[in-house]
Design a binder for this molecule. Sequence first.
Ligand SMILES: *[C@@H]1O[C@H](CO)[C@@H](O)[C@H](O)[C@H]1NC(C)=O
Ligand SMILES: *[C@@H]1O[C@H](CO)[C@@H](O)[C@H](O)[C@H]1NC(C)=O
Ligand SMILES: *[C@@H]1O[C@H](CO)[C@@H](O)[C@H](O)[C@H]1NC(C)=O
Ligand SMILES: *[C@@H]1O[C@H](CO)[C@@H](O)[C@H](O)[C@H]1NC(C)=O
Ligand SMILES: *[C@@H]1O[C@H](CO)[C@@H](O)[C@H](O)[C@H]1NC(C)=O
Ligand SMILES: *[C@@H]1O[C@H](CO)[C@@H](O)[C@H](O)[C@H]1NC(C)=O
Ligand SMILES: *[C@@H]1O[C@H](CO)[C@@H](O)[C@H](O)[C@H]1NC(C)=O
Length: 381
Amino acid sequence: MKNGMLVPTLKKILLGTAAILTAVGRIAAQRGCTLSAQGGDDAPQLLRAVRSCDTTRIPKGTTLNIATRMNMTGLSNKKIQLEGTLRFNPDLPYWTGNGFFIPFQTQITFWLLGGENIVLTGGGTLDGAGQQQMYSLRISQWSMVNGPEWTNLINEANGVVYNNIRITAVSNSSHNPANTDGWNVYRSNDVTIKNSVIVNGDDCVAFKPNATNVLVENLDCTGSHGISVGSLGQFPGMFDIVQNVTAHNIKMSDAQNGARIKAWAGQNVGSGIVQNITFSNFVVSNVDHPVVIDQCYMTSASECAQFPSNTFIEDIVFRNISGVSSGSTVASLNCSPDGRCTNIEVDDLNLSAPSGPPDFECSNVVLSGDSAELFPECSET
Ligand SMILES: *[C@@H]1O[C@H](CO)[C@@H](O)[C@H](O)[C@H]1NC(C)=O
Ligand SMILES: *[C@@H]1O[C@H](CO)[C@@H](O)[C@H](O)[C@H]1NC(C)=O
Ligand SMILES: *[C@@H]1O[C@H](CO)[C@@H](O)[C@H](O)[C@H]1NC(C)=O
Ligand SMILES: *[C@@H]1O[C@H](CO)[C@@H](O)[C@H](O)[C@H]1NC(C)=O
Ligand SMILES: *[C@@H]1O[C@H](CO)[C@@H](O)[C@H](O)[C@H]1NC(C)=O
Ligand SMILES: *[C@@H]1O[C@H](CO)[C@@H](O)[C@H](O)[C@H]1NC(C)=O
Ligand SMILES: *[C@@H]1O[C@H](CO)[C@@H](O)[C@H](O)[C@H]1NC(C)=O
């Protein structure tokens, strides 16, 4: 009997020791966690790991299945080493009903990542819906239901670096627009997006209201709407700021725009300021409008003349932008009347049209820089 008692006691002690060792192991392992696919929805384990580990690694060859939305906000000093793949489960009815609603421009998203000093790197793949085809399916279906945008939104974050990311989000329909933004930066400061390849159908990167101190470099964008500031000043009562943005070394192919700033004018819109934006070293190919300021966005010329934009645009540089457009207009710098654009500089523009002379359009702006003479109506001299 005594022995019989002893054995369980020993077992308990041994188990207790094992538990302590496991706990110690967990503490030691806390700094770096490596995940493997669990065969179901990997979102909960990824969320847990990112909350409790400093570095969460998804190794090469590993595909995590994300079947439920992930709220990764309030993080600080975290690293996600994505060498493998995050695959969003292609369950349209689920995502349509379960995204996080973003009131701004009524977008939804299903991965919220926010906080301070977050690094998402590793050269892996952030895979919208698994296979490219599945993603395409998602996009065309969302377009069909006239649904919300697909977007990677950097929202209310500070100190975020994206490096070595590939985004493939192709809509194969020639009829429906696909709102497949690469990145939207919104109410965020100190953001870097670099060394990435994007094949998509909407803005490659967009700087939305209150994107400040953003560096975008070494991107290869195909099929997009360009690198865009805005649209800004859309909502009455809101004041939008985009300040200190540099976008350079950008290859832009088969796109609607290259480097673009767009702000609303008219009645019942908002206001704001776009200041200190530099677009440099762009190479464009088959791009509808390689260089754009549209300060009468979504506003007729007559309404824009009567109600100029209250989103002021200042200290903008377009430098070393070369290549071939898709049509005759290679640049269109159209500001609202009444001096709403100031200190706009154009340097080393080497843009041509596929055939015939290129058009450099402009209005209501005085340009400086060595390419200003390309815009006869708007050059200082
Ligand atoms: C995300 O999580 C944070 C912190 O846990 C919470 O405050 C926030 O409301 C959540 N956001 C959404 C949209 O659920
Ligand atoms: C969509 O187009 C891409 C690129 O051409 C192709 O790889 C993919 O198979 C197409 N997907 C569908 C569903 O047709
Ligand atoms: C942008 O920041 C300014 C200054 O902090 C603030 O007044 C404004 O409401 C912000 N706008 C948005 C859209 O968040
Ligand atoms: C923009 O950069 C200047 C110069 O570094 C700095 O003084 C200013 O605070 C920055 N603006 C924002 C919104 O951080
Ligand atoms: C303009 O923005 C860049 C970052 O894009 C920053 O380095 C620079 O200091 C800013 N310049 C001014 C005058 O604010
Ligand atoms: C102009 O941009 C191209 C393409 O990014 C780059 O190779 C070249 O070095 C740039 N020229 C200058 C003078 O910076
Ligand atoms: C402008 O681009 C063409 C090719 O599109 C190139 O041949 C030419 O050297 C470039 N000019 C300058 C001044 O860089």
